[in-house]
Design a protein around this ligand. Sequence first.
Ligand SMILES: [Zn+2]
Length: 469
Amino acid sequence: MLCSKILSWIAFHGVSAPARHNASRKIPPAASHGSRLHQSRPLCLCRRDLRDIQDVLQHPDCWEADAVNCRCCGSDRLELVLDLHRQPWGNDFVPQSEEGRSALYPLELFFCHDCTMVQIGYTVPKETMFVDHRYVSGTTKSLTRHFEEVRDRILDRVAFRAGDYVLDVGGNDGTFLSTFLPKNVPVLNVDSGRLQAQLSEKAGVPCLNDFFNETTALRVREERGPARVIHGSGVFFHLEELHSAFAGIKKLLADDGMVVAEFIYLPGMVRSCAFDQIYHEHLVYYTVQSFDALLRRHGLEITDAELVPIHGGSCIAYISHAGSRPKTEALQRIVADEVEGGFDTVEVYRDFARRTEALRDTVRRLIGEAHAQGQRIQALGAPVKGSTIMNYCGFDETQFECAVEINELKCGTWFPGTRIPVRHQNAVEPPDLYFMLSWNFKDEILAKLTDFRAKGGKVLIPVPEPHIV
Ligand SMILES: [Zn+2]
């Protein structure tokens, strides 16, 4: 079956179909490539924009959008709802001292007509994204405060006994678990990041430096016994080994244990048009209903949930062994709201795609106007979501003199997918216009820019509606 993009291209241009695969084409080693789900053949990583039929003929793999199966239920009834084009994975900060550019991969959002799971089709290997990356959660103050609040919610719900411990899946530098240390609750971090594991240990939070999956879970259970609380913030939608991880959680969780899962809430993301939350690290995008459907496949279920403002709109789901706890009214209200909003139907996501394209056009126009007026423009921050919006808008060093950061680890690199240098904010003269990429921490950031704005500096905030303040 030929991809619909090729067919529509051919229908428009009236030429014969390209050969789907060149049998003599040399397939590069699989380890350096990602994959479509359940597809062993790597995609072409030529990093080109395909503009004419010659490109199509030479790079047929670049056009494949079919043969993708749902990450949750395995169905092939997936519909492509939003194409963000080829993008680098968002934390691919190439040092300026090195040759080469970020590799580009398809970034396409699909809706499953069988289980309603929204997901991206292409998987950049976890070894590429989660071993040597530069995100450390401790750099954001409001995140630390949020984690203290989540800790308090857990302490309200769970009376810890001797031998209990809290396990954090993908606990990064230990920021969340370190909030339990003054409460004398034992903790264990499981994180695949090398740097993050070192920082975690340094903060007094023991860290198993590995990916979390069923094998890891069984190993932990053997060494530490069942976990009373398993927490994951911004991680349960990152998991390439989705089913293995939840099978592991089922076996590791104590009989009366609780899983606390924090994730970007898809209905919130769609309502605020936060398409920049879509990036290769985020493989699936949950509603409470679609997440619960996945959990029920593993004998787990959501019994309570709440919506919180962190990351521009997140959900905290409280999960137990199926049938072990009653479901709360708060959970039922959230589910009813999802049904009323149509978040289990594809139309809402088609509309989201249309609004995303309109938002991109407005941002391009505003940056284009500022550039035409000779304004100096800098990207403010270099968060992973910033990579999605910058690359989707097609911005580069012609409009942006640099991106400024306070995370030293990102300074001295190229902004992913571009030749925009990332510099330390203190080492650079402030611009005329900042493009705020971490809009989800808008209040915290604007508070720091009081002087800059008092002197006439402007800030473009792209989401939910692009506007300049
Ligand atoms: Zn499905």
